[in-house]
Design a binder for this molecule. Structure first.
Ligand code: MN
Length: 220
């Protein structure tokens, strides 16, 4: 199976001013493309029963992937899977009025948050005690990733919502978890605009989370 860069569902400047166009373009056309290319290179050396397996299955069973390509599948397959997911759970801030409404309210979560009547908001509130509490906990996890990695809201192996982090391009799929939202905290995701200020990037990112897409995926 030959992998390709999936279409970006919006323009490079669609997430401005929270994520700048230059970062988006480099992130998508250079970083993500490189994960795709290197995944294809690794799989080209693998027998068909491995090369033709869906990527999600390869990641879920990463320990069964032949050792000669395991690290490449982990890093570049994980990178392809994580970024393909990441693009779909973001969207232009202005296009999400139906899902916003809590920004600026005293004591409320900051940025664009899900409609409180949505399924995902109900599940988050039930698990974390509220959207604000969830956001604070997620932000802490994302800011605390040492070096390169991701922060996630996942459905864990028991079907419960949980906040986790992964190092490098490791995927929650490798732990039998299903990603619900994910935030790339590699420096390449924010350095041009935010330099060393990762917490500012995290705060800004909440404005471009596409909660409708998250809620739809969560409902599946
Ligand atoms: Mn990235």
């Amino acid at each position: 199976m030959k992998y390709e860069l999936p279409p970006l569902p919006y323009a490079y400047d669609a997430l401005e001013p929270y994520i700048d166009a230059r970062t988006m373009e480099i992130h998508y056309t250079k970083h993500h493309q490189t994960y795709v290319n290197k995944l294809n290179e690794a799989l080209a050396t693998a027998p068909p029963e491995i090369a033709d397996k869906p990527l999600e299955e390869l990641l879920r069973g990463i320990d069964q992937v032949p050792e000669s390509i395991r690290t490449a599948v982990r890093n570049h397959g994980g990178g392809h899977s994580n970024h393909s997911f990441f693009w779909t759970i973001m969207g232009p801030a202005a296009g999400q009025s139906a899902a916003s409404g809590t920004a600026g309210t005293a004591g409320a979560a900051a940025g664009n948050m899900p409609d409180e009547k949505s399924k995902i908001a109900g599940a988050i509130t039930q698990t974390f005690g509220g959207l604000k509490q969830f956001q604070a906990e997620f932000n802490k996890a994302a800011a605390g990733v040492f070096g390169s990695g991701w922060a996630w809201l996942v459905l864990d192996e028991n079907g419960k919502l949980a906040i986790t982090t992964t190092a490098n391009q490791d995927s929650p799929l490798m732990r039998a978890q299903k990603p619900v939202i994910g935030l790339d905290v590699w420096e390449h995701a924010y350095y041009l605009k935010y330099q060393n200020k990762r917490p500012d990037y995290i705060d800004a990112w909440w404005n471009v989370v596409n909660w409708k897409a998250v809620n739809d995926r969560f409902g599946e």
